[in-house]
Design a binder for this molecule. Structure first.
Ligand code: XMP
Length: 211
């Protein structure tokens, strides 16, 4: 049983808000990132949050600690509830993201292994496990792990314990909610919902399958 998170990668504000409104009753959070924010501006985060849906900022923050703090502070001031960051810049950079999140009453999630085929090239062989341990050590609220590789999610669950796992890769990337819903806290679905002919109906169906 998992929450359903809509990855809202529509690139226009009006389209994004229309999809957010029509799907809000079926989803638990909306994840926004560069595709939407570069088109609509960061203020769209507050407009989505005003619908009563928590907003997760997927900026995969990956810079020096001071820059990470500046980015994350902006994200939370704009109305987001959580931010996604990378671990590879190091524990001090990660700590800056976690610190900003917690200073604002928000959450920080750490990319541990990515869901696309190329993600298997770099994250296997212990790197994902190291990122997972860094996330726990930094006090992050959870990690991002690939629904496209359920065995890897299970391995990372062993390490991360009761912290949250959010999992992308369901729908357009080929995974099904049933592959990981018992392993994770949130399933992230993008194109299969926002790109559907009827996004609300698609969200309702994914919501049913995530429970
Ligand atoms: P689709 O359309 O493929 O969208 O359902 C997936 C969404 O999730 C993002 N994504 C990831 N984010 N780690 C992340 O932090 C990942 O491994 C990952 N894989 C996909 C993607 O940018 C899109 O918004």
């Amino acid at each position: 049983m998992s929450a359903l998170i809509l990855a809202l990668d529509a690139t226009s504000r009006n389209e994004a808000l229309a999809i957010a409104e029509s799907t809000a009753r079926y989803i638990d959070a909306i994840k926004i990132g560069y595709p939407l924010v570069l088109g609509a501006g960061l203020s769209v985060a507050g407009e989505i949050a005003a619908l009563g849906v928590p907003v997760i900022a997927d900026f995969k923050v990956a810079d020096i600690p001071n820059t990470n703090t500046l980015i994350c502070d902006s994200v939370f001031q704009a109305g987001c509830s959580a931010v996604i960051c990378h671990a590879f810049p190091g524990s001090d950079s990660l700590a800056a993201c976690v610190g900003s999140a917690h200073d604002h009453g928000g959450e920080c999630f750490v990319v541990c292994e990515m869901s696309h085929p190329g993600g298997a090239e770099w994250f296997s062989g212990g790197v994902a496990e190291s990122f997972c341990m860094m996330a726990a050590g930094a006090g992050a609220d959870g990690i991002i792990a690939p629904a496209t590789r359920p065995a890897r999610v299970a391995a990372l669950r062993e390490l991360i314990g009761t912290r949250k796992i959010y999992s992308p890769g369901v729908g357009a990337q080929g995974a099904s909610p049933e592959d990981v819903k018992e392993l994770v806290d949130g399933i992230i679905v993008g194109r299969a919902i926002y790109g559907a002919a009827d996004p609300a109906a698609a969200a309702a169906e994914y919501s049913r399958r995530c429970r």
